[in-house]
Write a protein that binds this ligand. Sequence first.
Ligand SMILES: [Zn+2]
Length: 143
Amino acid sequence: MRFNVKRQQQIFARTSGYCHICHASLDFDKYGAVGKSGAWEVEHSTPQAKGGTHHLNNLYPACITCNRAKGDNSTRSARAKYGKKRAPLSVRKRRHAKIVNGVKGSVLGAVVGIVVSVDVSGTLAIVGLLIGYVFNPDKLNKH
Ligand SMILES: [Zn+2]
C-alpha cells in the first residue's frame, strides 16, 4: 500500500512525528528510507490480516524496525515492550496540552512564590508557565 504525500502528512501529524510504538522521533522526509535515521513507515494498528482498514484512525507512523517487529501482534503488546500505553499526542492535542501544562505551571509557580516570598511569586509564575509549555507533554503527562 502506497500513501500519497498528503496522506503521509495526515498520518505523521497523528503523533506529531513520533513513532506510535516506541515514541522515537521520526523524520518526515525519511518515509520508507530503510536504514536511515528517523526512517518511518505507515503502521496498521489493527493488522490488515486481522481486518484492519486503511482508514486514518487505523494508521500511525512507526519506525521501520517497530513496524516490522510488530507484525500481526497487537498495538497494546508492541507498545508495552517500551512501557508505553498510548500513542504520542497529535499536533492538535499537543498544542492544547502545552497550554494546559503552561497554565498549571504558572499557577504552581505563583502558589510556591506566595509560600516562599510574595516578591518572587510573579517570576515563579512565569518560570512555571515556560516549563509547562516548553516540555514535551508526552514526557510530562504520565500515561
Ligand atoms: Zn519505534
